[in-house]
Design a protein around this ligand. Structure first.
Ligand code: GDP
Length: 207
């Protein structure tokens, strides 16, 4: 089974606002989208086992851009700009749609978009719009509900189905907690399935 420990090297590559700045599309990639504060950086850092890798995406000038990461020389992870920032001016918020559409039209080897949602929050228009856009491009969506530790075990399944229903999701969302790490393996497994048609790699031991 795919394990988080299989990742040896995750490196920040480049910040881009337009396709000419993207790295060559020479391998499969997965993109990560979510409302600001949903837990996108926390999930990315947990996936690559680096406490601060995704912080790179949060430095000034980078939050409103796409950030590319090299994953073990095999994949790209693309941190899409967060949306729904209360403090970001409207004019800058308005760039989000065209930037993401430009990315989706760039002919990338995009296998999945991980849509990150706080399990406590109801999806809104931005999520609906993004899903409609991905659907129109035939991009598979991997919904992940974060911060599951913030509600009781008993309520999680109910929240998951309410969110799935509200968004008309084809697959049930995966549940993840950045606090306990619960659900990380399942997210990796789904990512590997999306990123590779071959068998997931077996865990290598450190020399
Ligand atoms: P981003 O804006 O989507 O990148 O969100 P962050 O990953 O920066 O998380 C926003 C806030 O929520 C931070 O204070 C995190 O520590 C917290 N957070 C993120 N994920 C979790 C989680 O699974 N459980 C808990 N309890 N807090 C979380």
């Amino acid at each position: 089974m795919a394990r988080a420990g299989v990742i040896h090297k995750a490196e920040f590559l480049v910040t881009a606002v337009k396709p000419s700045q993207f790295p060559a599309s020479d391998r499969p990639e997965a993109a990560f989208a979510g409302r600001s504060n949903a837990g996108k950086s926390t999930l990315l850092n947990a996936l690559v086992r680096r406490r601060n890798l995704a912080r790179t995406s949060r430095t000034p000038g980078r939050t409103q851009a796409l950030n590319f990461f090299d994953i073990d020389g095999r994949f790209y992870f693309v941190d899409l700009p967060g949306y729904g920032y209360a403090k970001v001016p409207r004019a800058i918020q308005a760039r989000w749609g065209p930037m993401v559409e430009g990315y989706l039209s760039a002919g990338r080897n995009l296998r999945a978009v991980v849509l990150i949602l706080d399990i406590r929050r109801d999806p809104r228009e931005e999520e609906q719009n993004l899903l409609a856009l991905l659907d129109s491009r035939g991009v598979p969506v991997l919904p992940v509900l974060t911060k599951t530790d913030k509600i009781s075990r008993g309520r999680r399944a109910g929240r998951a189905s309410a969110i799935a229903r509200a968004l008309g999701l084809e697959r049930p969302p995966l549940l993840f907690s950045g606090l306990s790490g619960e659900g990380l393996e399942a997210v990796w497994q789904a990512l590997f399935e999306a990123l590779s048609t071959e068998d997931p790699p077996t865990e290598r031991t450190t020399p």
